[in-house]
Design a protein around this ligand. Structure first.
Ligand code: PRX
Length: 637
């Protein structure tokens, strides 16, 4: 049955009701009452979900809030995420089920059962141990989207080490900084990967980054492309060589970790300075990612789940790797560009592998939409049951295309709002929720959301305010690695009295209680769904010898959602021209990675600043967009 929009006669007027076939099969049949119950007894709700997992020892306390905002979950409990993502499936029919279907950009395919995944993970875990990797140590992983990436993550978790995955699109500076912050001794990388028919120089970048990060003692490299790379004696090892040694035994005991033991750190951009490494734990994160995936995407044993995010980002951590494996699903993973060699690549993969749920970003949808519907129309996409969106607001036009052209008008779209900090989906529909295009709809169970003013008062329906989460949840980041003060300050200080988490987004709630995310209210920008800090782009610009000062802002972009525009003041006597503009754009890309490449670089004599010397990016943005500049009373001159 088709999903028909109904006119609700309200401002956000179209409601899409899920088809009966979806409603009938849904894991959860009713939202409002179940939600109210989960909020009335949050600890009871989370304990109930935690019970569905494998614990080595049950927790004593569900929530320990004795040291706010450093909440602890399931204290006294012993668990390991890998015991849940792999080990327990080996005792069931899932042992022989496909855990992973992977396709490389050149068209090579690898599949792995849970049994095979366990062998690979155990072997690599033993390799890491042989390199002296200990519980609590952070291994940095810098890889393309190949099976060895999740294998390396799971191997770290299995032995109680933490992983810090650095997105394979990042460059030298970004990688070096993250390695140093994590004090990593071991780096796992690849010689390169395939992207748009070309090979990337991952190992060359890793080598340069290692020159700048003296902590690295061991570098393990997967041979993916076979290109010539520089290997250093005593430091560099080939993954395949190590995996062939007797030490790489396929049997490895899974470490018994505390619920609150750290599982990984993941760096993300903040308002100021360097990216911060958010810390997630074995217990709460396992409960949170698996529960939300089951609720929002109704994951079933027969599903083939494709989260098209890179494992280098939180979406990939939570919903490409951990969440689906804990639920025993079959994950689909793809190495390369969605439009290579033709814009039907994704659609042909959906048909070929019978993908039933696709989870991706609005930027990817808009990008593929540009090529027209003749590309998806060539393929049988009838295996699709549900679609998902994440990372940025989805505009109604992209929503409708996704729904009509990809989802045949029959697949509900789960628009999911969450963050690196939250660990998993916070605001998202269930498959039974009537949808409004562009709204992430309602909070997940156990999550109370508010849209408030400076004083913490709820704003009126339809009005914009700050998005807060009223109280802790198991998937929340526990701290910023090495900087607990910054964690408390950034997220919990503003509403300390109430004990609320400040998300850094603005939003509104309509009369039906539907939540509409508007965007960031700090100096974080989302470009193609990627999270970047204006401060990082600015410091990359200033590291160029010609630049004395720089400012970066985001302006709307048709495909990317936002694009980076920059303004620079050159050093004495230098004059800006097209050539220098190009050089500066390339410089940022070389330093940080292609995702940070500015759209434009404009040369200015001065930047608008407050009297205390802070750049007023808001003024630059208003000028660029030709809108009112607002209150200028703090402007220096
Ligand atoms: O601004 C919100 C936006 O992405 C930010 C979090 O970015 P990151 O930590 O990289 O995590 C992205 C993937 C979970 C949020 O503060 N955002 C995320 N999802 C949505 C969104 N904005 C609107 N709608 C969404 N569904």
């Amino acid at each position: 049955m088709k999903t028909e929009p109904t006119d609700t006669k309200k401002d956000d007027s179209l409601l899409y009701h899920p088809p009966k076939s979806i409603m009938r099969k849904a894991n959860i049949k009713e939202y409002e009452q179940a939600y109210a119950k989960s909020i009335a007894d949050r600890e009871g709700y989370w304990a109930g979900e935690a019970k569905k997992l494998k614990w080595f020892r049950k927790w004593k306390e569900v929530l320990d809030d004795s040291n706010k905002p450093f909440y602890k979950w399931f204290t006294g409990g012993k668990i390991n995420i890998v015991a849940n993502a792999i080990d327990r499936h080996l005792e069931t029919h899932r042992r022989n089920k496909l855990a992973m279907i992977w396709e490389g950009e050149p068209g090579d395919v690898k599949t792995m059962s849970y049994h095979a995944l366990n062998r690979e993970v155990s072997k690599f875990a033993n390799v890491l141990k042989s390199m002296g990797v200990k519980k609590g140590e952070i291994v940095t992983i810098y890889m393309p989207q190949i099976p060895e990436l999740p294998i390396a993550m799971l191997a770290c978790a299995k032995i109680g080490a933490m992983h810090s995955v650095v997105y394979g699109g990042f460059s030298v500076e970004a990688l070096a900084g993250r390695i140093s912050d994590a004090h990593s001794r071991v780096l796992v990388t690849a010689d390169g990967g395939w992207r748009r028919g070309k090979i990337t120089d991952l190992k060359a970048i890793a080598n340069e980054a290692m020159d700048r990060s003296p902590t690295i003692e061991v570098c393990i490299t997967v041979k993916r492309t076979g290109q010539e790379v520089h290997m250093e004696n005593d430091r560099d090892f080939w993954y395949s060589d190590l995996m062939a040694l007797p030490i790489a035994s396929p049997s490895c005991e899974t470490e018994v970790t505390d619920a609150e033991d750290p599982l990984f750190i993941l760096f993300t951009s903040g308002t100021t300075g360097k990216p911060k490494g958010l810390v997630h734990t074995h217990g709460g994160y396992t409960v949170y990612t698996s529960t939300t995936l089951r609720n929002v995407f109704d994951i079933k044993d027969e599903d083939r789940w494709w989260c098209a995010a890179d494992p280098g980002w939180i979406t990939g951590h939570s919903y490409l790797v951990y969440g689906p494996l804990i639920n025993g699903a079959t994950i689909v993973m793809y190495e390369g560009a969605p439009n290579h060699p033709y814009p039907n690549r994704w659609w042909s993969m959906i048909e070929k592998y019978g993908v039933s749920i696709l989870y991706t970003s609005p930027t990817a949808i808009r990008g593929l939409m540009r090529f027209g519907e003749q590309w998806p129309k060539r393929h049988d996409l009838s295996s699709l049951r549900l679609l998902g969106s994440v990372g940025e607001p989805i505009n109604p036009e992209a929503w409708r295309w996704y729904h009509e052209v990809i989802g045949r008008g029959e697949c509900p779209i789960m628009d999911t709002w969450w963050q690196t900090e939250t660990g998993g989906m916070m605001i998202a529909p269930l498959p039974i929720t009537p949808l409004k295009p562009g709204s992430a709809t309602k909070p997940q169970f156990g999550i109370e959301v508010g849209v408030v003013d400076e004083n913490g008062e709820d704003v009126k329906a339809g009005e914009e305010g700050k998005l807060v989460i009223k109280g802790p949840w198991p998937g929340m980041a526990r701290t910023i690695y090495g900087d607990a003060d910054r964690y408390a300050e950034t997220y919990w200080k503003e509403y300390e009295e109430q004990g609320w988490y400040k998300a850094g987004d603005s939003a509104r709630i309509d009369e039906d209680g539907y939540i509409w995310i508007i965007g960031r209210i700090d100096d974080v920008i989302k470009v193609s769904g990627y999270r970047l800090g204006t401060a990082e782009v600015e410091s990359a610009l200033v590291s160029h010898p010609a630049v004395s000062e720089a400012a970066a802002i985001a302006l709307p972009h048709e495909v990317k959602g936002n694009a980076i525009h920059t303004y620079v003041i050159l050093k004495n006597g230098l004059v800006g021209d097209k050539k220098l503009e190009e050089e500066l754009r390339k410089h940022v890309s070389d330093e940080m990675g292609p995702i940070a490449r500015p759209e434009t670089v404009a040369f200015l004599e001065s930047l608008p600043k407050t009297r205390s010397g802070k750049i007023m990016r808001r003024v630059l943005k208003a000028r660029a967009m030709g809108v009112d500049e607002g209150d200028l009373s703090t402007l220096e001159d």
